[in-house]
Design a protein around this ligand. Structure first.
Ligand code: SF4
Length: 211
């Protein structure tokens, strides 16, 4: 591992020792639904929605009985709720028909579910099943490319580069560290470079020195 990458990871570890998934869930299926709801929504919004929703429905069997309008009534507090409603119900039904009602534990199978892309699949693999995975969301993409941990304009390529440059044993933690850093310091519009513990290692700091 290059020395700069090693140093960045050490600093992130020291800065965010408690970084972890901010979505509330009790089962792999609940995490799958919560992650599907999280696109273009905050974790706080999702947690408010699922606190109520999961009291009524929290299994594939339960969701499979719903129609999209019924589910939309529970989740309309988050963005894109109509599409999410259709996808979650279709996913619940596919889990029952193709996977015995269980959330599959492989990326290849997870991405066959309606509305489930690599990011959602990696979140589930990492947090629900303890598998090494790097889910590249908007924060991970931005921060990794600013820092130089990746160098790409594409999400899939960024994930691939991070997997090659970060030791496998740190993939899941690195995902959480980069999200925490993106939320707390390296904001999309006005990154706090003046208050960033990585400033001496960051190739983009000059770009934001005046912000
Ligand atoms: S120095 Fe600035 S651009 Fe680089 S990681 Fe820190 S906040 Fe982000």
């Amino acid at each position: 591992m290059p020395i700069a990458v090693k140093k960045i990871l050490e600093i992130l570890d020291r800065t965010y020792p408690d970084a972890k998934c901010a979505l509330n869930y009790r089962t792999p299926f609940e995490l799958l639904v919560a992650t599907m709801l999280s696109a273009q929504s905050t974790d706080r919004q999702v947690n408010e929605i699922t606190r109520e929703l999961f009291q009524h429905y929290n299994t594939p069997e339960g969701f499979a009985t719903l129609n999209p309008e019924e589910l939309a009534g529970y989740i309309k507090g988050c963005g894109l709720y109509q599409a999410k409603s259709r996808n979650i119900i279709a996913t619940a039904r596919k889990l029952l028909t193709d996977y015995g009602g269980e959330v599959p534990e492989s990326l290849a199978q997870l991405v066959t579910l309606p509305g489930v892309g690599r990011k959602t699949a990696n979140v589930v693999l990492s947090n629900a099943f303890g598998q090494p995975a790097i889910a590249v969301d908007t924060h991970v993409f931005r921060v990794a490319n600013r820092l130089g941990l990746a160098d790409s304009k594409k999400v899939d390529e960024t994930e691939d580069q991070l997997r090659r440059r970060i030791p496998r044993s740190l993939w899941s933690q690195a995902h959480h560290w980069l999200i925490f850093h993106g939320r707390q310091v390296c904001h999309a519009r006005r990154p706090k470079c003046f208050n960033c513990p990585l400033v001496t290692l960051c190739r983009s700091k000059k770009d934001h020195a005046q912000d």
